[in-house]
Write a protein that binds this ligand. Structure first.
Ligand code: COA
Length: 251
């Protein structure tokens, strides 16, 4: 695929259909796993990620630095059916993934699932190029709009603030307070709805203790490193719902 206009000359973009080998390399070597807090890799319903390449390879994008042949960013998306109303909008990332897999029907829109930029390349504006690449594959397939269940990058600094309020925070220039939401907003996306229960991670307390390197000696609510919301422990089980914010790009 073509790189978005304005990309640096050293950047190349490929879909997983064009370069399945690169996609496989990222998977095999877990190139992007280190970008996420450990707990975030254990979603209860995240099986829909497994359907992406077998069924939707042309909607998955990788960016490569041609100077070093290094794979530096990845965008994963999933086509789904949506009638365009708020009532029909899935209640977050799990809900959109499950709808896409359980009830494929005729897809009408594309949902972003994850955008990942190698740490060495963060802070250079690559994330906006990734979002534009997702918009391009959506547009080419007639799957519009592109929706993103955005995982706000700074929400972990404010785990006790409800996502509805966090999503509404603005800077003096009117742009969202959150940097990742800001990237989407600058590209023309609008905030559609905050989702307090987007990604479910319910697991034995022992697992949570290993993932977070904390102890949870008692039942209750805990703030933990990298968590976007508190963890609730009850007996042997720790429950966490990751909040996201739906943003919509008319592509
Ligand atoms: C979120 C992510 C994709 C952003 O990618 P990026 O290429 O570094 O982002 P950009 O360079 O385009 O910067 C985007 C904004 O974030 C800010 N930013 C980037 N890196 C930052 C950092 N390390 N700390 C604080 N702010 C940062 C930038 O200043 C910019 O905001 P501004 O232009 O208003 O100042 C990347 O950090 C990442 O892969 N994170 C881990 C996975 C993840 O959380 N993905 C998003 C959820 S799907």
């Amino acid at each position: 695929m073509q790189v978005p206009s304005g990309s640096p000359g050293w950047l190349e973009a490929f879909t997983a259909a064009e370069r399945p080998d690169l996609w496989e390399l990222a998977r095999e070597q877990r190139l992007f796993d280190n970008l996420w807090p450990e707990y975030n890799l254990h979603g209860n319903n995240s099986g829909y990620f497994g359907s992406l390449v077998p069924r939707h390879a042309r909607f998955q994008v990788v960016l490569v630095d041609r100077r070093s042949e290094r794979l530096i960013a990845r965008a994963r998306t999933i086509p789904f059916r949506w009638d365009g109303t708020l009532e029909d909008l899935p209640a977050g990332i799990d809900a959109v993934g499950l709808r896409a897999v359980d009830n494929p029907g005729r897809s009408t829109a594309l949902s972003a699932l994850a955008a990942e930029v190698d740490r060495d390349y963060q802070g250079c504006g690559l994330s906006g190029l990734l979002v534009r690449a997702m918009g391009a594959v959506a547009r080419d397939a007639g799957l519009t709009p592109l929706l993103a269940p955005v995982r706000p990058s700074w929400k972990d600094r404010y785990p006790l603030i409800p996502i509805e309020r966090y999503a509404a925070w603005r800077r003096d220039d009117g742009l969202p307070f959150d940097p990742w939401m800001r990237v989407h907003a600058r590209l023309g996306a609008r905030t559609v709805r905050a989702e307090p229960c987007s990604l479910q991670i319910s697991a034995p307390v022992q697992d949570w203790e290993a993932w977070t390197e904390m102890s949870f000696p008692d039942d209750g609510q805990y703030v933990f490193p990298g968590g976007l919301a508190p963890l609730t422990t009850n007996g042997d089980v720790g429950d966490y719902w990751e909040p996201n914010v739906w943003m919509l790009h008319d592509v």
